[in-house]
Design a protein around this ligand. Sequence first.
Ligand code: ATP
Ligand code: MG
Length: 429
Amino acid sequence: MSQKINGVKGMNDLLPGEIEVWQFVESTARTLFGRFGYGEVRTPMVEDTALFVRSVGEETDIVGKEMYTFEDKGGRSLSLRPEGTAPAARAYIEHSVNNQEPVSRWFYTGPMFRYERMQTGRYRQFYQIGAEAYGAKEPAQDAELMDMVVQFLEALGLQEVTLNINSLGDENCRPAYHAKLVDYLKSHREELCGDCQQRLERNPLRVLDCKNEKCQAVAAAGPNVLEFLCEPCRTHFTDLQRKLGALGVRYVVNHRLVRGLDYYTRTVFEFIAAHPALRTASTVGGGGRYDKMMKGLGGPDVPAVGFAMGLDRLVLLLKESGKTFIQRPDLFIAVDETSHDEGLKLASRLRREGLKVDFDTRGGSLKSQMKRADKSGARFTLVLGEQERTSGQAKLKPMAGGDSVPVALDNVAATVRAQPEAPAQAPVS
Ligand code: ATP
Ligand code: MG
């Protein structure tokens, strides 16, 4: 016997029964992001490794430890994308989009890849849905984007998600903060984890992002980035808060929020869920402003702000909510042994007319088909036998109980549609 081959560790299969939740999240995002004027962009799953090294940053966990990098047959160093902002920026630059319109709003969705330790809500292939607004440096753009995420979470029915915001300053004010932070961290070197002792040399901001409790305690007592902001950065941050207030978007200021990517300037934000099911993977999304990244990638001087939400984590939360997203069949057609062909034809016609119809292609006894009808969760069952075929009349049996409804075989779709939905239905398992 051949040996069974399993999927790759940390990479999940999404099967019917679960995929409906994903589709709900994706279609909600498409509809809502469309209302805000965001058009969809699709970039390849693989990019030149240098793209991520130069934007996300060499010393970040993502690029330094987590990237799937390989050489193709032509000897080029390529990487599976670990995130979506850099690829979208690359496409924006490559297609000179800034010459065609002053402001562009894009969203994307798809798999991302990071070689991480697998846990609840943390996978090696995971999915993000994200959006980027190019060309507007104003805090109103940051606020509009956050409002879009808030409306998205509302539309999903997810409550108890807190928006955290912070400002990291810019090239004028960050160096002073940086110097102060390094001094402070050096004086607490012994209390930091091994990783952070290295980060201290290479990328000290990352220490604030460490998940280790001791490092978090050290960070909490350290210098506050907001006290170092220069005048323009301070104004940007207070304007942003005013606009969020005007929009009725609730937030907390968290001066330790830095995020794990190097490209951010000024605004950074995260949406953090309270639900215990996510354990340490409680951040459902995050983003920020990256006004210098385009230029750093050899592109035009275009400011930008964006975010990415983790779909896997949103789906976990939705599953916890106990809602079902599976669309049950409108009708199950059961047939006697003389009516298989007619049943198959009737099912085909009704599907063309827009009904969701289940039909057991294996045939079998009427009793076994009725069992299958029950399991299918269909609203109605129609039994098609010799008598129904000759009279052209049948009955719709409501599966939730109640009286059967007489129906003409040439008027099934309209009759089904005219029946009021039964109120509470048991979830389909
Ligand atoms: P974390 O701090 O949890 O590692 P991150 O800062 O690395 O997150 P981002 O790069 O900001 O994550 O990505 C945005 C979102 O994508 C995260 O908030 C999270 O919801 C999701 N995400 C990131 N990495 C993973 C992963 N390995 N598995 C599942 N979702 C992920
Ligand atoms: Mg991470």
